[in-house]
Design a protein around this ligand. Structure first.
Ligand code: ZN
Length: 69
């Protein structure tokens, strides 16, 4: 992912950060989001959810469309 995303507030280049959390039932959620290092504005880019069933691993991927500009 090399697309440069600018902060809608101040126009600074936003950085891509990865956060993940693990739920008690084994589900793992990972979020890719853009964060402005100057003002802290956050923009969710992509969400990946991995659910563990009975011998089955289910992956759900949600991509948040970026606003134009
Ligand atoms: Zn900003």
């Amino acid at each position: 992912m090399s697309t440069e995303v600018k902060c809608p507030r101040d126009g600074n280049t936003m950085i891509l950060v990865l956060e993940s959390e693990k739920l008690s039932d084994g589900t793992v959620k990972a979020y890719f989001s853009y964060r402005c290092p100057i003002c802290g504005f956050r923009l969710e880019a992509e969400r990946i959810e991995v659910t563990r069933g009975e011998g089955v691993l289910s992956v759900k991927r949600t991509v948040t469309p970026q606003p134009p500009g």
